[in-house]
Design a protein around this ligand. Structure first.
Ligand code: NAP
Ligand code: SF4
Length: 679
């Protein structure tokens, strides 16, 4: 292994080169595999070439693509990408070229979805249906197994012919290979099940076959499940035994995966502390001599450097952080870490988009996956632009417009920027929004935006600008209800800002996204010094990753709560139904664990000293509460916009000010960025 380092000394390990197989990697950062669904777009190859090329320009040493199935029955769904057709595979060459021209390597991930495939023909080691798939799998015959091993090797060869430097064999997250390795899903009594060696035979033979077919110079990364986080998962001794066999079979790098998709432990969402899984990678590293990669919730150069410096891994994998900022490594090397747009682990524009069959993008970076839609050329005729409102929409407009050369003045009535982000950051796990605030502050400064903080802009302030943008945001909706002005009634904004404190028994009116966030804020005990240990305790994880599946208890076991909370909504639907697919279940389970009661289908009657009076199922009841928190939606703040219109001053209104319903940071930032591009 080489130790050459170029760039910022703060990241001496991160920026040092390393040899893997016959390749020299320029630094220790792999862009991890992510499904993007870009291949489903009409100009899919061009989009992927632009997407991956941009990340190579940002200096990812190795890029791993989203998963390609090695055959028909291994596809995620009927639209899933495959690598089993040698002629079709050659069409991917422009993607490889776009990465190579920037000096990075690219590996195609080969992923057989096994019993997670959302197709009728799905297969598995044994005919046991996955709890997250409605299709039951067919148990593979011995002939299926032999053919599938060959399919992996052929897919790798097809990738090689298309120009890929290597492949990543996906052996984690509960997909087919992982299903073979554990008794939870492998009940076979032939050569492919039963003993540990038999259960490991499938992955070992795949790696061997890929090596035989593609030769010694082809990079083989194997993604091993370093903690399954499901009952019946592998204990540590089986994981390290597999790691040694995979090394011996010819892999060059061992990447680590954490948790099956059906696990009830959060693994990558914002609730997971940064670097939580580093010890799982360290267990694997201690067993082998090829480079080992740590992954999951590594989102800053600092946490990456700390993992590498501690010797827990040789490389780090970041996937979503490259969506948020394609140039994360380059900026770290150039000493510009303060300019990194950090992934906040919200999953809103990446995973949740994929789950709803849309191409992935990024909440904090609307360009991700849409590279070819945006321009970088400076404005021909710079405009003098006033932006009113320093929340997400206003800041996003300001930094992009200023970057394109416009002269920007940003007015904010509060003494600080951030708007609703300042509230969101108080929610447990959402302090990652601090990074977003830091990023905007740094960009506003870099591009010379004039800030008018603590200044409520008037119409007179705004006449004379070439363009006025109104991003004045939202205020909490106050329902029309007898007793709504009772002193015990507070808004979510007052609670999250710390202006008001809740008592010991609380009724939360409104069970939307904000209601859930506020309930979590109210019941979660104060943050502990060792947040990783506290997280593991909450979700039943064995911090040493020695037990079967890396579990130390029931992930859904009850936990102490800070206070008693009842959440209510008028709709009869399940509370939290509209939450993000990849994070909603975590939030709902966390609230259940902390004893939060949910009531749907209520009619609010009145509020008095006793609490909140409602009718539910035809009966009247009192929710005794010393605090009632209004999470009942928001209304647009449009007064200035309307005043400007009356005075004949034209302006563009965006974000929550334009439309309060379903406002979130995703829409606000996207609208702001796109408006700036169109100025
Ligand atoms: P929301 O999801 O629309 O929820 C508003 C809640 O207020 C609903 O439960 C609604 O339920 C209730 N409500 C509306 N009008 C009411 C009235 N006049 N009287 C009493 N109750 C009323 O909006 P939000 O919670 O304010 O969140 C705003 C946006 O941010 C949403 O797009 C949300 O998805 C997003 N967000 C998401 C998350 C997350 O996914 N974790 C977190 C925060 C925010 P009923 O009408 O049934 O009572
Ligand atoms: Fe990260 Fe959220 Fe962007 Fe996904 S959408 S990459 S989780 S910031």
């Amino acid at each position: 292994m080489s130790d050459k380092m170029f760039g910022s000394p703060a990241y001496a390990n991160l920026l040092s080169s390393i040899t893997a197989g016959r390749h020299l990697l320029r630094n220790r950062v792999i862009m991890g595999s992510m499904h993007t669904r870009l291949e489903t777009e009409p100009d899919g190859v061009a989009r992927q070439a632009a997407f991956y090329g941009e990340r190579a320009r940002g200096e990812a040493a190795v890029i791993v693509t989203g998963g390609f199935s090695p055959n028909q029955e291994g596809m995620f769904d009927y639209e899933g990408p495959r690598l089993d057709d040698a002629v079709e595979a050659l069409k991917l060459r422009p993607i490889c070229d776009a990465v190579h021209v920037e000096g990075s390597l690219i590996c195609a991930q080969i992923l057989h979805a096994g019993r997670y495939a959302k197709i009728e023909e799905c297969v598995a080691p044994s005919a046991i249906r996955a709890p997250i798939n409605r299709f039951p799998p067919r148990a593979m015959s011995e002939e299926d197994i032999r053919r599938t091993i060959d399919d992996f090797a052929q897919a790798a060869l097809n990738a090689q012919a298309a120009g890929f430097d290597g492949v990543e064999v996906m052996g984690s997250e509960g997909y087919l290979i992982n299903e073979f390795t554990v008794t939870r899903t492998n009940m076979r009594d032939d050569d492919w099940g039963g003993s540990v060696d038999n259960r490991h035979r499938f992955p070992v033979e795949i790696v061997r076959a890929v090596r035989d077919r593609c030769g010694p110079g082809f990079l083989i990364i194997y993604r091993i499940s370093a903690a399954d986080l499901v009952e019946g998962g592998a204990p540590a001794e089986e994981i390290v035994a597999l790691a040694r066999k995979i090394e011996f079979a010819g892999a060059d790098i061992l990447n680590t995966g954490i948790g099956w998709h059906e696990a009830r432990v959060p693994t990558i969402a914002y609730q997971v502390p940064r670097g939580a899984w580093r010890k799982a990678a360290a267990n694997v590293k201690a067993a082998v001599s090829i480079p080992v990669v740590a992954s999951n919730r590594i989102n800053t150069p600092e946490i990456a450097e700390s993992i590498l410096a501690s010797g827990e891994a040789d490389l780090v994998s970041m996937a979503r952080p490259f969506l948020a900022d394609p140039h994360i490594v380059r900026k770290a090397r150039e000493g510009r870490s303060d300019e990194i747009n950090t992934c906040i682990a919200c999953n809103q524009a990446c995973l949740d988009m994929i789950f709803s069959n849309r191409p992935a993008s990024c909440l904090v970076n609307p360009r991700a996956g849409r590279e070819i839609e945006f321009r970088d050329a400076l404005a021909g005729a710079p405009k003098n632009v006033a932006i009113v409102g320093g929340g997400a929409a206003g800041m996003a407009t300001a930094v992009e417009a200023a970057r394109l050369g416009h002269i920007i003045t940003l007015f904010e009535a509060e003494g600080r920027l951030g708007g609703q982000l300042n509230l969101a950051r108080a929610v447990p796990g959402k302090s990652e929004f601090d990074e977003t605030l830091r990023y905007y502050a740094s960009r506003l400064n870099k591009y010379g935006v004039t800030l008018q903080l603590g200044r409520r802009a008037s119409v007179d302030d705004l006449v004379g600008f070439d363009h006025v943008v109104i991003a004045t945001g939202v205020t909490p909706r106050i329902p029309d209800l007898p007793g709504i002005d009772h002193p015990n009634v507070v808004t979510y904004a007052q609670i999250l800002s710390g202006e008001r404190e809740a008592g010991q028994s609380v009724a939360v009116m409104g069970a939307g996204g904000i209601g859930h966030d506020v309930a979590e804020f109210l019941v979660t005990p104060a943050a502990e010094a060792d947040e990783v240990a506290a997280f593991f305790q909450t979700w039943g994880v064995d911090g040493r990753f020695r037990n079967d599946g890396g579990l130390a208890g029931d992930p859904l076991a009850d936990m102490p709560a800070k206070r008693k909370v009842v959440m209510l909504q008028r709709k009869t639907s399940k509370p939290g139904e509209g939450l993000g697919v990849s994070t909603g279940w975590i939030l709902r389970n966390a609230l259940r664990k902390h004893g939060v009661e949910m009531l749907a289908g209520v009619t609010y009657q009145r509020i008095d000293d006793e609490g909140l009076h409602v009718t539910s199922n035809g009966e009247t009841r009192v929710i005794t509460a010393d605090t009632i928190v209004l999470c009942t939606g928001q209304v647009s703040e449009r007064a200035l916009y309307e005043e400007l219109a009356l005075r004949g001053v034209r302006s563009t209104i965006i974000g929550g000010a334009a439309e309060a319903a379903e406002l979130d940071a995703l829409r606000a930032i996207n609208e702001g960025h796109r408006l700036a591009q169109s100025l």
